[in-house]
Design a protein around this ligand. Structure first.
Ligand SMILES: *Cc1c(COP(=O)(O)O)cnc(C)c1O
Length: 338
């Protein structure tokens, strides 16, 4: 177990510990125990997983004398919205590079975009091609801000850096304490399932599981790209993490699994069966998932359970990583499902 005082500097943003709730009806249906770790409760406007990463990332930005953070994401990025709001709390300005097909005609102000705007973020719309070459755009915008006498700090996509991974090293320590509260000293084997979008959450959970020593297996369902893409990213984060904070460890890259095959129509594009699964869970448990991440990961998890009921063992903890605001801009896609 890693001691709290070994953690890098941190500011408090997230409402933690978040509840670990058993989904009683869902568990009965599935024939295995299914718990939700409610990281959608990390805050109201700061809801979700990104706020755990930002506790470490923004502490570091402040320490380095930054006055502005620059980050990037899709148009309805939860990470950008969380960064915009957390920046305000930390006394920083924010600049968001948001991806859209036609930057000259950006999407309507709705969902996360409304919150970005309310927070007073500067928004620069960029094309998918520019997004692929985003390091150049980051540098260009940082140069521009420096020429105005500002001190920018770049936060890579999703806050999925080795430093950001500390958010879920801390999250895993919290979850280990939750499991001890349930089981006492002998924690039952548990599979932790989360969505993988930029990999930082899964990397942090895997590192945290290694550090905690509890009998937990960590599984991500990718919502974009493919398995190889995420293995490359996550292994890279873990190597960087160990170089920086565990230089004497010989533990190696921690184990984790990726369940591929549930990207569906593509990133942030939903299929009717995914939306129906979101609806059915609301009606079963009163819990609302998002269409881009948790809905897809949940759909994938339940599809795997339908094929093989014990594929994740006797107990699952699904991390509800938030994203509710992304549901409202696609309300029309629920036509016929309600
Ligand atoms: C970003 C995000 C994820 C994915 O987390 P990563 O660390 O980027 O893999 C999952 N769920 C929600 C709601 C998110 O916003």
């Amino acid at each position: 177990m890693i001691q709290q005082d070994a953690f890098p500097p941190r500011i408090t943003l997230a409402n933690t510990p978040t509840p670990l709730q058993k989904m009683e009806r869902l568990s009965r249906q599935a024939g295995v125990e299914i718990f939700f770790k409610r990281d959608d409760f990390t805050g109201s406007e700061l809801s979700g997983n990104k706020v755990r990463k930002l506790e470490f990332i923004l502490a570091d930005a402040l320490q380095r004398g930054a006055d502005t953070v620059i980050t990037c994401g899709g148009a309805q990025s939860n990470h950008c919205r969380a960064t915009a709001l957390a920046a305000v709390r930390a006394g920083l300005s924010s600049l968001l590079l948001l991806r859209t097909d036609d930057p000259a005609n950006p999407p309507a102000v709705s969902g996360n975009i409304l919150l970005d705007r309310l927070a007073g973020s500067d928004v620069v719309w960029i094309s998918p091609d520019q997004y692929r070459a985003r390091d150049e755009v980051f540098e260009r915008e940082a140069r521009r801000l420096r020429s105005e006498g500002r001190h920018p700090c770049i936060i890579p996509e999703g806050g999925s850096t080795a430093l950001g991974a500390w958010g879920y090293v801390a999250g895993m320590a919290e979850l280990a304490a939750d499991l001890k509260r349930l089981d006492g000293d002998r924690v039952k084997p548990t599979t932790i399932v989360c969505a993988a979008g930029s990999g930082g959450t899964l990397a942090g959970l895997a590192l945290g599981a290694r550090l905690s020593g509890e009998p937990v297996r960590v599984v991500g369902v990718n919502v974009c790209d493919d398995r190889d893409y995420f293995v490359n990213i996550i292994d890279g984060i873990c190597r960087e993490f160990d170089r920086a904070w565990q230089p004497h460890s010989s533990a190696g890259i921690p184990p984790y699994d990726i369940v591929d095959g549930y990207v569906g129509r593509g990133y942030a594009l939903s299929r009717p069966e995914e939306l129906a699964a979101i609806r059915d869970l609301v009606r079963l448990e009163g819990v609302v998932l998002d269409p881009v991440y948790t809905g897809k990961a949940y759909f994938g998890m339940m599809a795997e359970l339908a094929k093989a009921p014990r594929v994740f063992g006797e107990r699952i903890v699904f991390i509800h990583t938030g994203g509710l605001f992304g549901l409202f801009p696609i309300a029309d896609q629920f036509t016929g499902l309600l």
